[in-house]
Design a protein around this ligand. Structure first.
Ligand SMILES: NC(=O)c1ccc[n+]([C@@H]2O[C@H](COP(=O)([O-])OP(=O)(O)OC[C@H]3O[C@@H](n4cnc5c(N)ncnc54)[C@H](OP(=O)(O)O)[C@@H]3O)[C@@H](O)[C@H]2O)c1
Length: 296
């Protein structure tokens, strides 16, 4: 039985991987942050030596985009050096490294007012992060590519789920409390459910003829929208929702105004079309409703 090491299993995406992999054909290892701190090279190497995983899925990261602006050393330690330590260990122990990365490696400069004509970023396009989080994640990607290990750098975007604190659960909570909600209408990208990301990465893994791969692959649903469009789709009947522009909010970190990613490569690996973000959202929210019915 192949051993998968899942790092960051307590996080939003990691916990979804864990629930899918618990009942799979793999032997699953899910060490806590305390047991496997990826910023410590010796601990990472010792862990590999002891457990000899064949596949590593790394969901561990410094993910607070705002805090990363001031706390950039911590962000770089986890997102850059952490990824590098894992990649070097994968190279030594001949393991496949599946690393989760982000749309924030792009600057969004292709944003124009004629949005329908903008093409989503493909894997070969120039990266140019505009905040510390994006920079730390890009350096992590580069360290993996330089390590010599087999890897899939799985870039995804705008993650949400029906659990954990994320955009969807935050605005649902506000609506439940009858609070007014203002959402930016000029940042465009693609929302992806954690279920979507996990299912597509695991399907990709099953389709690989061998683990000798070195690819960046965008794991994203099709189509794009603004955060405001996304919010309206989540809460179609909520009246206290209004749009505003990015300049109405003071934030430390600059965000790309456009970061939608192209999924043609994913589609060709899986030999099928990839669903839209709208379809993904419907799947995610209806699954939760089904669970509610069963639980009631
Ligand atoms: N959230 C998004 O919208 C989004 C969008 C695009 C890409 N991504 C990427 O997707 C991945 C998962 O994101 P997420 O939102 O699910 O993250 P998350 O909920 O913030 O979880 C991060 C995980 O990393 C662990 N961790 C942090 N530092 C660690 C260290 N030094 N050693 C070991 N584990 C450590 C945390 O453990 P503790 O909690 O125990 O510290 C936690 O399990 C990340 O790579 C992120 O960059 C996220």
């Amino acid at each position: 039985m192949n051993t998968i090491l899942l790092i960051g299993a307590s996080g939003m995406l990691g916990s979804h991987f864990k629930s899918y992999l618990n009942d799979s054909q793999y032997n699953l290892l899910t060490p806590t942050h305390k047991a496997l701190n990826i910023t410590n090279k010796t601990i990472v190497h010792n862990y590999f030596q002891q457990h000899k995983p064949i596949i590593i899925i790394n969901c561990a990261a410094y993910t607070n985009v705002e805090h990363a602006e001031n706390d950039y050393q911590s962000a770089h330690k986890i997102n850059h050096l952490g990824a590098k330590h894992i990649a070097n260990a994968c190279a030594i122990y001949n393991a496949l490294y599946i690393h989760i990365s982000t749309d924030y490696v792009f600057d969004g400069a292709k944003y124009t007012l004629s949005l329908p004509s903008v093409n989503p970023y493909n894997e070969a396009e120039q990266t140019n992060p505009i905040n510390q989080y994006g920079l730390s994640k890009l350096k992590g990607e580069q360290a993996i590519q330089q390590s010599g290990c087999s890897f899939i750098i799985a870039r995804t975007s705008w993650l949400y789920s029906m659990h954990h604190v994320n955009f969807l659960t935050k605005i649902q909570k506000k609506a439940q409390n009858n609070e007014p909600i203002r959402i930016v209408n000029d940042q465009f990208g693609t929302p992806n459910s954690c279920n979507f990301v996990v299912e597509h990465i695991l399907e990709l893994l099953e389709k690989l003829p061998n683990y000798n791969i070195k690819e960046i692959i965008h794991i994203t649903s099709s189509n794009s929208c603004s955060w405001y469009d996304f919010a309206k789709k989540i809460l179609p009947n909520y009246s206290k929702i209004s749009d505003c522009s990015t300049s109405d909010f003071k934030t430390k970190a600059v965000r790309p105004l456009y970061s939608a990613m192209d999924n043609t490569k994913l589609s060709s690996y899986l030999c099928r079309n990839i669903i839209s973000w709208e379809h993904d959202l419907e799947n995610t929210t209806s699954k939760k409703m089904n669970t509610d019915v069963i639980e009631a």
